[in-house]
Ligand binder design. Structure first.
Ligand code: BDR
Ligand code: CA
Length: 310
Protein backbone atom coordinates (compact mmCIF):
# COMPACT_ATOMS: atom_id res chain seq x y z
CA UNK A 1 0.00 0.00 0.00
CA UNK A 2 0.83 3.66 -0.36
CA UNK A 3 2.84 4.81 2.66
CA UNK A 4 1.21 7.52 4.76
CA UNK A 5 1.93 9.37 7.98
CA UNK A 6 -1.23 10.66 9.66
CA UNK A 7 -0.69 13.88 11.62
CA UNK A 8 -3.70 14.36 13.85
CA UNK A 9 -5.50 15.85 16.88
CA UNK A 10 -8.22 13.27 17.66
CA UNK A 11 -11.14 14.34 17.70
CA UNK A 12 -13.98 12.00 16.69
CA UNK A 13 -13.61 12.70 12.97
CA UNK A 14 -9.83 12.23 13.19
CA UNK A 15 -10.45 8.91 14.93
CA UNK A 16 -12.79 7.75 12.16
CA UNK A 17 -10.18 8.81 9.58
CA UNK A 18 -7.55 6.71 11.37
CA UNK A 19 -9.90 3.71 11.46
CA UNK A 20 -10.65 4.09 7.74
CA UNK A 21 -6.92 4.23 6.95
CA UNK A 22 -6.10 1.20 9.09
CA UNK A 23 -8.91 -0.74 7.38
CA UNK A 24 -7.76 0.09 3.84
CA UNK A 25 -5.20 -2.20 2.16
CA UNK A 26 -4.44 0.54 -0.39
CA UNK A 27 -2.68 2.40 2.42
CA UNK A 28 0.14 1.55 4.77
CA UNK A 29 0.04 3.71 7.91
CA UNK A 30 3.73 3.84 8.80
CA UNK A 31 3.26 6.19 11.74
CA UNK A 32 0.84 8.53 13.50
CA UNK A 33 2.00 11.90 14.80
CA UNK A 34 -0.07 13.97 17.18
CA UNK A 35 -0.49 17.69 17.59
CA UNK A 36 -2.32 20.03 19.94
CA UNK A 37 -5.62 21.13 18.43
CA UNK A 38 -9.09 19.89 19.30
CA UNK A 39 -7.72 19.21 22.79
CA UNK A 40 -4.23 19.58 24.30
CA UNK A 41 -1.39 17.33 23.14
CA UNK A 42 -1.52 14.92 26.05
CA UNK A 43 -5.11 14.02 25.18
CA UNK A 44 -4.66 13.84 21.40
CA UNK A 45 -1.68 11.51 21.99
CA UNK A 46 -3.74 9.31 24.27
CA UNK A 47 -6.74 9.31 21.93
CA UNK A 48 -4.63 8.29 18.92
CA UNK A 49 -3.43 5.24 20.84
CA UNK A 50 -6.97 4.39 22.00
CA UNK A 51 -8.04 4.35 18.36
CA UNK A 52 -5.12 2.12 17.27
CA UNK A 53 -6.04 -0.34 19.99
CA UNK A 54 -9.71 -0.21 19.02
CA UNK A 55 -8.61 -1.16 15.50
CA UNK A 56 -6.49 -4.01 16.87
CA UNK A 57 -3.29 -2.25 15.77
CA UNK A 58 -1.20 -1.53 18.90
CA UNK A 59 1.85 -2.00 16.64
CA UNK A 60 1.35 1.40 14.95
CA UNK A 61 3.99 3.80 16.30
CA UNK A 62 2.48 7.00 17.72
CA UNK A 63 4.71 10.04 18.22
CA UNK A 64 3.74 13.18 20.14
CA UNK A 65 4.56 16.49 18.48
CA UNK A 66 4.02 20.17 19.08
CA UNK A 67 2.40 21.22 22.31
CA UNK A 68 1.37 24.63 20.96
CA UNK A 69 1.10 26.59 17.70
CA UNK A 70 4.13 28.44 16.30
CA UNK A 71 3.04 31.95 17.27
CA UNK A 72 -0.49 32.08 18.62
CA UNK A 73 -1.87 30.74 21.87
CA UNK A 74 -3.50 27.33 21.60
CA UNK A 75 -7.25 27.40 20.91
CA UNK A 76 -9.04 24.10 21.59
CA UNK A 77 -12.55 22.82 20.78
CA UNK A 78 -13.89 20.91 23.79
CA UNK A 79 -17.31 22.39 23.08
CA UNK A 80 -17.34 20.30 19.89
CA UNK A 81 -15.39 17.16 20.82
CA UNK A 82 -16.06 16.90 24.57
CA UNK A 83 -13.71 17.09 27.52
CA UNK A 84 -11.58 14.13 26.43
CA UNK A 85 -11.60 15.11 22.75
CA UNK A 86 -13.11 11.72 22.00
CA UNK A 87 -16.36 11.77 23.95
CA UNK A 88 -19.09 9.35 22.90
CA UNK A 89 -17.77 5.80 23.18
CA UNK A 90 -16.15 4.47 26.33
CA UNK A 91 -12.72 3.25 25.28
CA UNK A 92 -10.16 1.70 27.65
CA UNK A 93 -7.02 3.59 28.63
CA UNK A 94 -4.37 2.64 26.07
CA UNK A 95 -1.79 0.04 27.05
CA UNK A 96 0.47 0.67 24.03
CA UNK A 97 3.29 3.12 24.66
CA UNK A 98 3.82 6.53 23.14
CA UNK A 99 7.11 6.53 21.17
CA UNK A 100 9.99 8.41 22.73
CA UNK A 101 11.03 10.27 19.60
CA UNK A 102 9.44 13.67 18.97
CA UNK A 103 6.97 13.67 16.07
CA UNK A 104 8.96 16.29 14.17
CA UNK A 105 12.13 14.17 14.39
CA UNK A 106 10.16 11.15 13.25
CA UNK A 107 8.74 12.99 10.23
CA UNK A 108 12.13 14.39 9.19
CA UNK A 109 14.07 11.15 9.71
CA UNK A 110 11.44 9.04 7.95
CA UNK A 111 11.29 11.29 4.90
CA UNK A 112 15.10 11.37 4.65
CA UNK A 113 15.34 7.58 4.97
CA UNK A 114 12.46 6.44 2.74
CA UNK A 115 12.78 6.58 -1.06
CA UNK A 116 12.15 10.02 -2.53
CA UNK A 117 8.44 10.83 -3.07
CA UNK A 118 7.23 7.61 -1.51
CA UNK A 119 5.64 8.98 1.66
CA UNK A 120 2.39 10.98 1.76
CA UNK A 121 1.56 13.21 4.73
CA UNK A 122 -2.05 13.38 5.88
CA UNK A 123 -2.53 16.32 8.26
CA UNK A 124 -5.93 16.27 9.98
CA UNK A 125 -5.25 19.03 12.52
CA UNK A 126 -3.29 22.27 12.82
CA UNK A 127 -0.18 22.20 10.60
CA UNK A 128 2.33 22.91 13.39
CA UNK A 129 4.29 19.65 13.17
CA UNK A 130 4.54 19.79 9.38
CA UNK A 131 5.79 23.39 9.42
CA UNK A 132 8.34 22.59 12.12
CA UNK A 133 9.61 19.63 10.08
CA UNK A 134 9.91 21.77 6.93
CA UNK A 135 11.81 24.43 8.87
CA UNK A 136 14.06 21.91 10.55
CA UNK A 137 15.01 20.10 7.33
CA UNK A 138 13.97 21.94 4.15
CA UNK A 139 15.22 19.02 2.01
CA UNK A 140 12.13 17.04 3.01
CA UNK A 141 10.00 19.29 0.77
CA UNK A 142 11.33 17.58 -2.35
CA UNK A 143 10.96 14.13 -0.79
CA UNK A 144 7.28 14.26 0.23
CA UNK A 145 5.06 12.57 -2.34
CA UNK A 146 2.05 14.71 -1.50
CA UNK A 147 0.36 16.45 1.43
CA UNK A 148 -3.36 15.65 1.53
CA UNK A 149 -4.85 17.79 4.27
CA UNK A 150 -8.13 18.79 5.86
CA UNK A 151 -8.23 22.54 6.31
CA UNK A 152 -9.64 25.82 5.17
CA UNK A 153 -12.69 26.83 3.24
CA UNK A 154 -13.53 29.33 0.55
CA UNK A 155 -17.13 29.70 -0.61
CA UNK A 156 -18.44 28.32 2.69
CA UNK A 157 -16.39 30.69 4.85
CA UNK A 158 -15.04 29.58 8.21
CA UNK A 159 -16.31 27.56 11.15
CA UNK A 160 -14.42 29.42 13.91
CA UNK A 161 -14.46 32.95 12.55
CA UNK A 162 -16.37 34.12 9.48
CA UNK A 163 -13.11 33.68 7.54
CA UNK A 164 -11.20 30.82 9.16
CA UNK A 165 -11.60 27.07 9.47
CA UNK A 166 -10.44 25.51 12.78
CA UNK A 167 -7.22 23.78 11.67
CA UNK A 168 -5.91 26.87 9.90
CA UNK A 169 -7.27 29.22 12.56
CA UNK A 170 -5.32 27.44 15.31
CA UNK A 171 -1.98 27.79 13.54
CA UNK A 172 -2.15 30.10 10.51
CA UNK A 173 1.61 30.70 10.57
CA UNK A 174 2.27 26.98 10.22
CA UNK A 175 -0.25 26.77 7.37
CA UNK A 176 1.51 29.65 5.62
CA UNK A 177 4.84 27.77 5.77
CA UNK A 178 3.26 24.58 4.43
CA UNK A 179 1.46 26.27 1.52
CA UNK A 180 4.66 28.04 0.49
CA UNK A 181 6.87 24.95 0.68
CA UNK A 182 6.50 23.86 -2.94
CA UNK A 183 5.11 20.46 -1.94
CA UNK A 184 2.13 19.12 -3.95
CA UNK A 185 -0.93 19.78 -1.78
CA UNK A 186 -4.44 18.39 -1.96
CA UNK A 187 -6.75 20.56 0.14
CA UNK A 188 -9.98 19.18 1.58
CA UNK A 189 -11.84 22.34 2.69
CA UNK A 190 -15.13 22.79 4.53
CA UNK A 191 -16.77 23.23 1.13
CA UNK A 192 -16.34 19.47 0.66
CA UNK A 193 -16.47 18.19 4.22
CA UNK A 194 -19.84 19.87 4.89
CA UNK A 195 -21.39 17.71 2.15
CA UNK A 196 -21.24 14.15 3.56
CA UNK A 197 -23.66 14.80 6.44
CA UNK A 198 -24.47 12.07 8.88
CA UNK A 199 -28.04 10.76 8.96
CA UNK A 200 -29.94 8.14 10.93
CA UNK A 201 -29.59 5.72 8.03
CA UNK A 202 -25.86 6.32 7.57
CA UNK A 203 -25.02 6.03 11.27
CA UNK A 204 -27.44 3.11 11.59
CA UNK A 205 -25.61 1.18 8.87
CA UNK A 206 -22.34 1.62 10.73
CA UNK A 207 -23.84 0.56 14.05
CA UNK A 208 -25.40 -2.46 12.34
CA UNK A 209 -21.91 -3.78 11.60
CA UNK A 210 -22.33 -5.18 15.10
CA UNK A 211 -18.62 -4.92 15.90
CA UNK A 212 -16.83 -2.90 18.60
CA UNK A 213 -15.50 -0.60 15.85
CA UNK A 214 -18.97 -0.16 14.34
CA UNK A 215 -20.50 0.65 17.71
CA UNK A 216 -17.73 3.07 18.75
CA UNK A 217 -17.87 4.85 15.39
CA UNK A 218 -21.66 5.24 15.63
CA UNK A 219 -21.25 6.67 19.14
CA UNK A 220 -18.56 9.09 17.96
CA UNK A 221 -20.72 10.27 15.06
CA UNK A 222 -23.72 10.77 17.32
CA UNK A 223 -21.66 12.73 19.85
CA UNK A 224 -20.25 14.98 17.13
CA UNK A 225 -23.70 15.53 15.64
CA UNK A 226 -25.23 16.94 18.80
CA UNK A 227 -23.16 20.08 18.25
CA UNK A 228 -23.56 20.20 14.51
CA UNK A 229 -27.29 19.69 14.29
CA UNK A 230 -27.88 22.89 16.24
CA UNK A 231 -25.35 24.63 14.11
CA UNK A 232 -26.22 23.40 10.64
CA UNK A 233 -29.94 22.94 11.22
CA UNK A 234 -30.00 19.61 9.40
CA UNK A 235 -30.55 16.07 10.59
CA UNK A 236 -26.84 15.37 10.72
CA UNK A 237 -23.38 16.85 10.98
CA UNK A 238 -20.49 17.11 8.54
CA UNK A 239 -17.67 14.59 8.54
CA UNK A 240 -14.35 16.31 7.91
CA UNK A 241 -11.15 14.31 8.34
CA UNK A 242 -12.21 10.96 6.85
CA UNK A 243 -12.51 12.77 3.49
CA UNK A 244 -8.69 12.94 3.37
CA UNK A 245 -8.34 9.18 3.70
CA UNK A 246 -11.24 8.44 1.35
CA UNK A 247 -9.52 10.62 -1.26
CA UNK A 248 -6.37 8.50 -1.02
CA UNK A 249 -8.36 5.28 -1.31
CA UNK A 250 -10.82 6.38 -4.02
CA UNK A 251 -9.87 9.71 -5.62
CA UNK A 252 -12.61 9.20 -8.22
CA UNK A 253 -15.19 10.11 -5.54
CA UNK A 254 -13.84 13.67 -5.49
CA UNK A 255 -13.37 16.56 -7.90
CA UNK A 256 -11.66 19.92 -7.77
CA UNK A 257 -9.07 22.01 -9.55
CA UNK A 258 -5.53 23.33 -9.21
CA UNK A 259 -5.49 26.80 -7.63
CA UNK A 260 -3.23 29.25 -5.90
CA UNK A 261 -3.92 29.21 -2.16
CA UNK A 262 -2.42 31.68 0.28
CA UNK A 263 -2.97 32.05 4.00
CA UNK A 264 -3.89 35.33 5.68
CA UNK A 265 -1.54 35.89 8.61
CA UNK A 266 -1.64 39.63 9.17
CA UNK A 267 -5.24 40.86 9.36
CA UNK A 268 -6.88 40.28 12.74
CA UNK A 269 -10.29 40.26 11.03
CA UNK A 270 -9.51 37.50 8.53
CA UNK A 271 -6.56 35.78 10.25
CA UNK A 272 -6.28 32.18 9.08
CA UNK A 273 -8.39 32.65 5.96
CA UNK A 274 -7.45 30.38 3.05
CA UNK A 275 -7.49 32.73 0.08
CA UNK A 276 -8.26 30.44 -2.87
CA UNK A 277 -7.88 31.80 -6.39
CA UNK A 278 -10.61 29.50 -7.72
CA UNK A 279 -11.15 31.55 -10.88
CA UNK A 280 -7.47 31.99 -11.66
CA UNK A 281 -7.69 35.77 -11.55
CA UNK A 282 -4.03 36.13 -10.54
CA UNK A 283 -0.80 34.85 -12.06
CA UNK A 284 0.20 33.40 -8.70
CA UNK A 285 1.51 29.86 -8.83
CA UNK A 286 -1.08 27.10 -8.53
CA UNK A 287 0.11 25.32 -5.40
CA UNK A 288 -2.86 23.15 -4.39
CA UNK A 289 -5.49 20.83 -5.77
CA UNK A 290 -8.58 22.30 -4.13
CA UNK A 291 -11.36 19.75 -3.78
CA UNK A 292 -14.93 20.95 -4.10
CA UNK A 293 -17.19 17.96 -4.65
CA UNK A 294 -17.67 14.50 -3.21
CA UNK A 295 -19.97 11.58 -3.96
CA UNK A 296 -21.39 11.40 -0.43
CA UNK A 297 -23.32 8.15 -0.84
CA UNK A 298 -20.27 6.36 -2.23
CA UNK A 299 -18.18 7.86 0.56
CA UNK A 300 -20.47 6.39 3.27
CA UNK A 301 -20.61 3.08 1.42
CA UNK A 302 -16.81 2.95 1.41
CA UNK A 303 -16.53 3.99 5.06
CA UNK A 304 -19.07 1.41 6.21
CA UNK A 305 -17.59 -1.41 4.16
CA UNK A 306 -14.06 -0.67 5.37
CA UNK A 307 -15.00 -0.30 9.04
CA UNK A 308 -16.60 -3.74 8.73
CA UNK A 309 -13.17 -5.20 8.04
CA UNK A 310 -11.79 -4.20 11.45
C1 BDR B 1 -11.49 20.35 11.62
O1 BDR B 1 -11.46 20.84 12.96
C2 BDR B 1 -11.48 19.78 13.87
O2 BDR B 1 -12.34 20.07 14.92
C3 BDR B 1 -11.87 18.55 13.09
O3 BDR B 1 -11.23 17.41 13.64
C4 BDR B 1 -11.40 18.84 11.70
O4 BDR B 1 -10.05 18.44 11.52
C5 BDR B 1 -12.73 20.88 10.94
O5 BDR B 1 -12.73 22.27 10.92
CA1 CA C 1 -8.89 17.08 13.16
Amino acid sequence: GRKIIIDTDPGQDDAIAILLALASPELEVIGITTVAGNVPLELTSKNARKVCELAGRPDIPVFAGAIRPLVRHLVTAEHVHGKTGLDGPVLPEPAMPLQERHAVDYIVETLMAEPERSVTLCPLGPLTNIALALNREPRIAARIREIVLMGGGYSEGGNVTPAAEFNIHVDPHAADIVYRAGVPIVMMPLDVTHKPRTSKARVGAIRALGTPVGLATAQMLEFAERFDIEKYGSDGGPLHDPCVIAYLVKPELFSGRMCNVEIEISSELTMGMTVVDWWGVTERQKNAMVIRDIDSDAFYALLTERLGRL
